[in-house]
Design a protein around this ligand. Structure first.
Ligand code: UN1
Length: 512
């Protein structure tokens, strides 16, 4: 289903200006010509901006480090007060921030509001965390000794974020890192500078209002060279980077070479298994959001459906029918469910993958066509695609950041799990079943090998309370909830001797 028209670039620019101003961004930043803020809705240019070069990145790291020296001794619950205020400001500006997410990432309204909600939620979580940065006390083997651990702030955290979650993933890192007593230098995607400016303005306001050291958060806008400088900076003990596996392959060894730590959240190739006992209404409903939602541009997007051969025809038929009803178009229109791809390159990659899939024996069952090319010649709207594959061929094993759902079939659950795990990536997974033993098998040690494993839920749309991340080429990092905070702190093991005597561990005797 198609909307007839899309908003004009001028209208979108006006909307962006209002949102930026309301969030406290000084529009005087729009000088220079190194970065162009644009919108995938029309493909039109909105504003030109300066880019921060390597020296500016160094200055940001220095300023963050200076602020860190005071911030690390601020009691954690007081650090929480900053995030509490920031969360309130996010709530008050939710509509404006969502506008900017729609403008820059092309997300539909509900998903853009949801992304901002994810920021608010992680702030709540981090405020609670500020009173729960627990260390353990262990029994000492020596009399009159106490053995314990303390978690201390780590230093400056470099956050590199991607276009598809331009603000939520930054917030997962930043809310937690700040509560942990770290300072943050943020290098957002060059495709989404406006959301970054708006969030930074709100955080700066919270920083000023709560009397926090001014430099604890720094924004650097720039291309890959700015990111590279941050990655190589010896004064940044932790790099948290979200993006492609290709990007992670560059970042990880460089950070490791200087003995830095990294949290990597890279590509996914997420699959769901559909067993004969599955509730098909629920399955189709969940799969359509997971595969076609966000125009297939989540790292958690459902890319493979592994269906029992006895129900595969029915499942595909129902999916094709549902895909035919999907309203595609301007994400600012309330009825739209599928917005644009981020740019022409994303569309080219989708086309190439579909051609490869067909060459590898696949049958295109739905979608794949470009839409609205007349109304938006530089906007890339596509009909989400479903391709039935005879086997898990090379193209299926790669992540294409676009709405392509490959459907494979299986005979027994062992085969389904084997297929499921036989890809290089390991982010998110799901099983649709009413059979508890099948669900448990999928969740077990010899089941799905991903960081996120769901039952009767699609692969995307995780809550912030859990740890988020995945295995294999997804990079192994964990962010957001649960005990992910530990990666943002350093652990000190403390032994205190109150016995008045020297007793050596392991029974060692060294007395003269
Ligand atoms: C991403 O696509 O990089 O689970 C993050 C989800 C969202 C986060 C996705 N909460 O789909």
């Amino acid at each position: 289903m198609l909307a007839a028209a899309v908003s004009s670039t001028d209208g979108i620019r006006t909307r962006a200006k209002t949102a930026l101003t309301r969030c406290g961004v000084d529009l005087a930043v729009f000088k220079g010509d190194a970065i162009t803020a644009r919108t995938p809705i029309t493909g039109g240019d909105l504003f030109a901006l300066r880019a921060d070069g390597p020296e500016a990145v160094d200055r940001a790291v220095e300023a963050a480090q200076a602020a860190f020296h005071d911030w690390r001794t601020t009691p954690a619950p007081l650090r929480g007060a900053l995030i509490k205020r920031f969360g309130e400001l996010l709530g008050e500006h939710q509509q404006y921030l969502a506008d900017l997410v729609t403008v820059e990432a092309g997300k539909i309204r509900s998903e853009a509001l949801g992304e901002v909600q994810e920021m608010i939620d992680i702030c709540d979580f981090a405020v609670g965390l500020s009173r729960q940065l627990y260390g353990r006390t262990m029994p000492s083997e020596r009399p009159g000794h106490r053995l314990m651990e303390t978690w201390h702030p780590l230093g400056v955290v470099g956050v590199i974020s991607a276009f598809n979650f331009p603000v939520a993933v930054w917030a997962w890192n930043t809310a937690v890192a700040l509560v942990c007593g770290d300072a943050v230098v943020w290098k957002p995607s060059e495709l989404t500078p406006l959301t970054a400016l708006a969030c930074t303005a709100l955080l700066d306001r919270a920083i000023a209002e709560t009397g926090v050291p001014a430099g604890v958060h720094q924004l650097v806008l720039g291309a890959a060279e700015a990111g590279a400088r941050l990655v190589d900076s010896p004064r940044v003990p932790l790099i948290s980077a979200t993006g492609s596996t290709r990007m992670g392959r560059e970042v990880a060894p460089r950070v490791a070479a200087r003995f830095g730590r990294s949290i990597l959240e890279l590509g996914g190739n997420n699959a769901a298994v559909v067993t004969p006992s599955a509730d098909l209404d629920l399955t189709v409903n969940a799969a359509v959001f997971a595969a076609a939602g966000t125009a297939g541009q989540r790292c958690t997007t459902l890319r493979r459906l592994i269906v029992h051969e006895s129900i595969a025809d029915t499942v595909v038929e129902r999916l094709v029918r549902a895909y035919g009803q999907l309203p595609i178009g301007d994400p600012f229109q309330d009825s739209t469910l599928v917005g644009p791809l981020v740019n022409e390159a994303a569309h080219t990659r989708m086309r190439e993958s579909l051609d490869r899939a067909v060459a590898e024996g696949g049958t295109l069952c739905a979608g794949g066509e470009r839409q609205l090319a007349e109304a938006a010649p530089d906007g890339y709207y596509v009909q989400p695609a479903i391709v039935r594959m005879p086997a898990q061929t090379a193209v299926v094993r790669e992540e294409t950041f676009a709405p392509i759902l490959y459907v494979l079939t299986y005979r027994d659950l062992d085969e389904a799990i084997r297929l499921h795990n036989d890809v290089p990536q390991g982010l998110s997974s799901g099983i649709f079943t009413a059979d508890q033993s099948e669900a448990e098998r999928f969740l077990a040690a010899d089941g799905a090998d991903c960081g996120i494993v769901n039952v009767n839920i699609g692969t995307s749309g995780a809550e912030i309370g859990g740890a988020f991340g995945g295995e294999k080429e997804t990079g192994g990092g964990r962010e957001s909830g649960s005990d992910s905070w530990r990666a943002y702190m350093r652990r000190a093991t403390n032994t205190v001797n109150y016995s008045g005597q020297v007793t050596l561990a392991q029974g060692v005797n060294f007395s003269q």
